[in-house]
Design a protein around this ligand. Structure first.
Ligand SMILES: NC(=O)c1ccc[n+]([C@@H]2O[C@H](COP(=O)([O-])OP(=O)(O)OC[C@H]3O[C@@H](n4cnc5c(N)ncnc54)[C@H](O)[C@@H]3O)[C@@H](O)[C@H]2O)c1
Length: 367
């Protein structure tokens, strides 16, 4: 694809998050918002009117029939991500998939295979990788100025009341694939893994503590990285004072990020170790662009225009999904889970709850 040809975009699902996609895409050059697709025709039309989308359709198949498309933004509830991504690939389209990209590790592997057989590509929305703060930290780490990563904290402490879970697709293993581990904290620990590299093993607890839902409403994990660093990861939707807080202690500095749903440079702080004040000078220089869909689309559109694979590929996202699966497996089995242990023969490979619906049974026992 050349720089001059417009990228024609379809949105599948025109609810809450589709608005963030449309707003982000409007900021990119060379984009045409072509089709709005939703099972609810009125919602699709309202979305099309709001964002200047050319037409509406009832399905991706109908949208493809109606004319040329290049990119599909999959903004539907989680259980439809996998079939829609396969469908987009079957038409040779590029697709960007909202989180979580699939419901299981087996679906992730199937998406990798389908992508290899298609001219289209898949990329997963993990927008916190793309803010300038994260990109600058990666560079600073790589320069060696921070020294070794040692100890981390990665907290997603959010609050969702009971009516949030009463929406039909929420809190169901079959539809959402999990609770706050899969649906909320995944953004923060994806960033942690992006920064600190491969994880080695995890021990975790999860439970349903305060909400009527089939999945967990909180989980807490201790993760050891291949580098030897260790970190705690807490994923909660029952925490009244909400925050997304990541703290990374390196040999030469503590780096902290505190925000809620997105960050700018001023959400980051760096505290040098005694005698290493020189590190402060190396931090916080350059353009401030916030994390968010616009930052990810900027990189994605550039990749499509230059014929390279858009970030974040299914393979890039696999370690993040694998950590989610391992948090569930460790919680349910009461054992430590190593990376790679959840293979084709493991029940947690095909469903995040290992087909056990663990906390649902607990509820029945306690009834
Ligand atoms: N990246 C983020 O920060 C972020 C934030 C919020 C939500 N999300 C994710 O975005 C996705 C959508 O969440 P939402 O809050 O926008 O949901 P929503 O319920 O507001 O909207 C979903 C829309 O999809 C439509 N839909 C459902 N199945 C469809 C299908 N097969 N074909 C066409 N349309 C279909 C529904 O009618 C609805 O309009 C979820 O996966 C969620 O986890 C991501």
């Amino acid at each position: 694809m050349t720089d001059t040809k417009k990228i024609r975009v379809a949105f599948v699902g025109t609810g809450g998050i589709a608005n963030a996609h449309a707003e982000a895409l409007q900021q990119q050059p060379g984009i045409e918002l072509t089709v709005a697709i939703d099972l609810d025709a009125t919602r699709a039309q309202e979305f099309a009117d709001k964002w200047g989308v050319t037409r509406t359709a009832a399905s991706l198949a109908a949208a493809v029939d109606g004319g040329g498309l290049d990119l599909v933004a999959i903004c539907t509830p989680p259980s439809s991500h996998f079939p829609l991504a396969l469908e987009a690939l079957s038409y040779g389209l590029h697709a960007v998939i909202e989180k979580p990209p699939a419901l299981s590790l087996s679906q992730m592997r199937e998406l990798e295979k389908a992508e290899a057989a298609s001219t289209g590509t898949l990329s997963c929305v993990f927008q916190h990788r793309f803010g300038s703060g994260a990109q600058r930290l990666l560079e600073l780490q790589a320069s060696g100025a921070l020294g070794k990563p040692l100890v981390g904290t990665c907290n997603t402490l959010w609050f969702r009341d009971q009516p949030y879970f009463d929406v039909p697709w929420r809190g169901l293993w079959d539809v959402e694939g999990g609770g706050p581990t899969m649906g909320h904290g995944i953004h923060q620990f994806d960033l942690l893994l992006h920064l600190w590299g491969p994880w080695a093993e995890v021990t975790a607890f999860a439970g349903k503590l305060a909400r009527r839902t089939d999945t967990e409403d909180a989980s807490a994990a201790v993760v050891r990285f291949e580098s030897g660093a260790i970190a705690t990861v807490i994923n909660s939707v029952i925490s009244p004072r909400e925050t997304s807080y990541t703290r990374l202690d390196f040999e030469n500095a503590t780096v902290e990020l505190e925000h809620l749903y997105g960050y700018s440079d001023n959400n980051w702080t760096l505290t040098p170790a005694p005698g290493r004040e020189d590190v402060v000078e190396l931090w916080n220089h350059g353009e401030d662009f916030p994390s968010g869909h616009a930052a990810q689309y900027r990189a994605l559109i550039r990749s499509i225009q230059h014929g390279t694979h858009p970030p974040v590929s299914i393979t890039d996202a696999y370690a993040t999904m694998e950590l989610a699966a391992a948090i569930y497996a460790s919680s349910v089995s009461g054992t430590t889970i190593a990376r790679g242990q959840i293979n084709e023969t493991n029940p947690f490979f095909t469903r995040m709850d290992g087909h056990l619906e663990p906390w649902k049974q607990e509820e029945a026992l306690n009834a």
